[in-house]
Design a protein around this ligand. Structure first.
Ligand SMILES: O=C(O)[C@H](O)[C@@H](O)[C@H](O)[C@H](O)COP(=O)(O)O
Length: 249
């Protein structure tokens, strides 16, 4: 019954919705769009910035983006959020980006991750903030978010101890530590203002379950209790939702 409901659900009303037959078609089209915006930024400003998500969904998109023939030596890539683990860990988002995005043409891009080898995630956030505000200050030209089935995006987990400040568009500094029971480890994340101030803000999700969660968030907003709703509320440009069935639910 729940599945039937999910299969029949329409896209969120009034939102920029891009639907594809499968994850490969989505990845190719999204890569072209992101590359176009990065190229334009390089042309206009001499450089471009891109913030990407970790997790499992973006790998195909990274493979396609790495092939795009743009001036990657003028692009700086950062992460939307990071697990508090070193690059040697398979849980590291920096490792994922290095293995899947910073390859082929994109190997010439500069990468500034969020992880810092410090004793605590609070110390790491302070160090990352000092480095990143110098190397890749927000707003970024492009931000690509993901979403979990609990409605979290970046490291804005519904059960994060810091959730109130994470969903506050005025909260500083820009890089913040996160503790959430539902996350396997402590996290580092860019704040809401950094992620929503971009000119191309993409939400890349796959599978019927995530579509249903997203519908709930867009229909009921903050009342849904789903952190992703804050992105729609504060985005400076319409959130571009890229969805296909067949991904990890
Ligand atoms: O480090 C992370 O986990 C993320 O950046 C996170 O916000 C991710 O986008 C969602 O958890 C979706 O993850 P999946 O793509 O694995 O479902």
């Amino acid at each position: 019954m729940a599945r039937e409901h999910l299969a029949e659900s329409s896209p969120p009303a009034g939102k920029s919705w891009h639907e594809f037959a499968g994850p490969d078609a989505l990845a190719r089209t999204l890569a072209r769009r992101v590359a176009g915006v990065l190229s334009l930024a390089v042309e206009q400003n001499g450089h471009a910035t891109l913030a990407v998500s970790g997790g499992s969904t973006p790998a195909r998109f990274f493979d396609c983006l790495a092939d795009e023939p743009i001036a990657w030596n003028k692009v700086t890539v950062t992460l939307v959020d990071e697990r508090f683990v070193p690059m040697s860990s398979n849980r590291s988002n920096a490792k994922l980006v290095t293995m899947r995005l910073l390859q082929k043409a994109a190997a010439r891009a500069c990468f500034e991750g969020l992880y810092e080898a410090q004793d605590t995630v609070e110390q790491a956030a302070l160090a990352a903030n000092a480095r990143l505000m110098h190397m890749i200050p927000p707003p970024f030209d492009v931000v690509v978010l993901g979403m979990g089935t609990d409605g979290h995006t970046a490291s804005f987990f519904p059960d994060a101890a810091e959730l109130k400040s994470l969903l506050d568009p005025a909260a500083e500094p820009a890089v913040r530590p996160v503790h959430a029971q539902s996350a396997d480890e402590d996290r580092l994340t860019w704040n809401l203002a950094a992620l929503t101030g971009t000119s191309l803000l993409v939400l890349h999700i796959e599978g019927l379950e995530k579509k249903d969660v997203l519908l709930k968030a867009t229909e009921t907003g903050a009342e849904s209790g789903l952190p992703i709703a804050a992105i729609f509320e504060h985005a400076k440009s319409p959130v571009q939702i890229y969805w296909s069935p067949g991904g990890k639910a």
